[in-house]
Design a binder for this molecule. Structure first.
Ligand SMILES: Nc1ncnc2c1ncn2[C@@H]1O[C@H](COP(=O)(O)OP(=O)(O)OP(=O)(O)O)[C@@H](O)[C@H]1O
Ligand SMILES: [Mg+2]
Length: 167
């Protein structure tokens, strides 16, 4: 039997413990899971694509079947290029559902062989989004426990750099 490869696409700007939770669940199910960092995020990202990749590589360095990569363009074409038969997505709440269903059905239409599989995170992370994490940090709040420690550090460094620029 050939191995089952899954891709987990997202902007990961930044990676949160919600993402890590989904990757952990996926790594138990699939032979390999590729964390695929979207290069061209619509709005200006806080972290550049190379920074987002470096963070994820550090976080998952000890995880044997987790790989970190970047992608751009049509997701199903990228999936084919990685020989992935599964797209993993996370569902936090009903609010995620409508957009995710549209994407899953459009991707199925574009490539019927690729299956989208949804997973729910631990309740503790069900309200965590990258956007909210950035907002809290920008306003001086703590996101301890909601993001990996390296992300917490990088967020602090970014905030200091931005404040210095502005001063
Ligand atoms: N806390 C979480 N628990 C489970 N799934 C999540 C969580 N955060 C994001 N996801 C899922 O991970 C995938 C990639 O998410 P993405 O990189 O857009 O993160 P995000 O937190 O939604 O970012 P943003 O706030 O910028 O939209 C999506 O399927 C998203 O639903
Ligand atoms: Mg999102």
């Amino acid at each position: 039997m050939s191995e089952v490869v899954a891709i987990y696409p997202g902007s990961f700007d930044p990676l949160t413990n919600g993402h890590v939770d989904i990757i952990h669940r996926g790594s138990r199910f699939f032979d390999r899971i590729v964390v695929s960092v979207l290069v061209n995020v619509e709005k200006a990202p806080l972290f550049t694509a190379p920074e987002r990749v470096a963070i994820a590589r550090e976080v998952f360095s000890g995880w044997a079947n987790v790989e970190v990569d970047t992608f751009d363009g049509l997701l199903v074409e990228y999936a084919q290029s990685k020989h992935a038969s599964v797209i993993v997505r996370g569902l936090r709440a009903v609010s995620d559902f409508e957009y995710e269903m549209q994407m899953a059905l459009m991707n199925r239409r574009l490539s019927p062989d690729v299956e989208t599989i949804f997973m729910m995170p631990a309740e503790t992370y069900s309200y965590v989004s990258s956007r909210l994490v950035k907002e809290v940090v920008a306003l001086g709040g703590s996101v301890h426990g909601l993001v990996p420690e390296i992300v917490e550090r990088r967020l602090r460094e970014k905030k200091l750099a931005r404040e210095t620029l502005r001063a």
